[in-house]
Design a protein around this ligand. Structure first.
Ligand code: ES4
Ligand code: ZN
Length: 325
């Protein structure tokens, strides 16, 4: 049983983790008590029992409810710090962490409160040996105008995040909807990523690349339905940040045994393994590696490839990448 030990011990980067999705039920209740927020669940156990999802939307409804306990800068710090400690335990050397400011500003939490708390935790993570950066995500179920407002509020803090992404309900909200706001982010020198091809069709992956001009695709597993797209992703070394346990819990694949990670790797794609929303999907990044390898029969060669891909696909600067690789 050397493979599980290798998977756990190998240095890795995590490129697809929503910090609000790392909020464990225990911390949700602790923050609810601290802030006097009433939750529609009586206990940690009752909340955990609600984590039975049938698709992306059924998860998002509970995920946004869980985030309602976050009010003060310290709350955002505590959430991010808890994730960063778990990341260190999984031998994550670099974490590129998504956050959803609109989930908080819509409740009256100032943008500075969100970003200052998260950023302070990322700075303190240097003491853990984790190099942590933030990526601001726009909620695609909201309008492009709301995304522009969000960007305007965040730009005074431009140096505290390295890029922008696009998340939330995919079907019915194609990348094209955010063409102009991504163009503005590009002018600002921000890195660009987008969720595409999680539940949505290969066409959304094409438009994320061609219209938004993203550098990475989050999920992207539906790309396997389109051979021309697979060739493009391989030829251009466009990383896919794959999240196997998320895909299982949201029923993108009915069984982990049927996950297409091996197909993506064997086609030469820069696929990576990530946790997405670890508090909700039953595992941090090492659990994603261990369970996916056990279910699909991937081997040590695949493990090395995935670790390499994670650093290669990261937005670390060239000198840091050289050190990792
Ligand atoms: C998400 Cl799994 C997933 N998909 C899309 N948006 C998200 N936000 C948090 N988790
Ligand atoms: Zn995600």
């Amino acid at each position: 049983e050397r493979l599980p030990a290798l998977l756990a011990a190998m240095p890795k980067a995590e490129l697809h983790i929503h910090v609000e999705g790392s909020l464990e039920p225990e911390l949700i209740f602790q923050l609810a008590r601290r802030n006097g927020v009433r939750l529609p669940y009586a206990s940690v156990e009752e909340l955990r029992r609600a984590y039975a999802f049938s698709n992306l939307q059924s998860f998002l409804d509970i995920y946004y409810a869980g985030a309602s306990v976050l009010l003060r800068e310290q709350d955002f710090y505590d959430m991010a710090w808890a994730y960063l400690q778990r990341a260190q335990a999984d031998n994550v050397l670099r974490a590129e962490i998504f956050f959803d400011p609109q989930t908080h500003t819509a409740r009256g939490v100032p943008m500075e409160t969100v970003i200052h708390g998260l950023h302070r935790a990322c700075q303190d993570a240097k003491q853990l040996g984790v190099d942590a950066e933030l990526i601001l995500c726009f909620l695609r179920h909201l309008s492009e105008e709301e995304a522009f407002d969000t960007l305007e509020q965040a730009l005074p803090l431009r140096d505290r995040f390295i890029g922008v992404g696009l998340d939330s309900s995919e079907l019915g909200h194609p990348p094209e909807k955010f063409a102009r706001v991504f163009a503005k982010c590009r002018q600002q020198g921000l890195h660009l990523v987008a969720h595409a091809g999680e539940e949505g069709p290969p066409a959304y992956v094409w438009s994320a690349l061609d219209v938004l001009k993203v550098e990475r695709i989050d999920h992207g597993v539906q790309s396997a339905q389109d051979p021309a797209l697979m060739k493009r992703l391989a030829d251009e070394h466009i990383p896919l940040t794959v999240c196997p346990l998320s895909n299982l819990k949201l029923r993108v694949f009915p069984k982990l045994e049927q996950h297409n990670l091996r197909e993506l790797l064997d086609a030469g794609l820069v696929a990576t393994v990530n946790s997405d929303d670890p508090a909700y999907f039953g595992g941090y990044v090492n659990a994603n590696f261990l369970e996916t390898f056990a279910a699909t029969g991937l081997d040590a060669q695949h493990a090395y490839r995935l670790a390499r891909n994670s650093f290669e696909g990261s937005f670390a600067d060239a000198s840091a990448k050289k050190k990792y690789l």
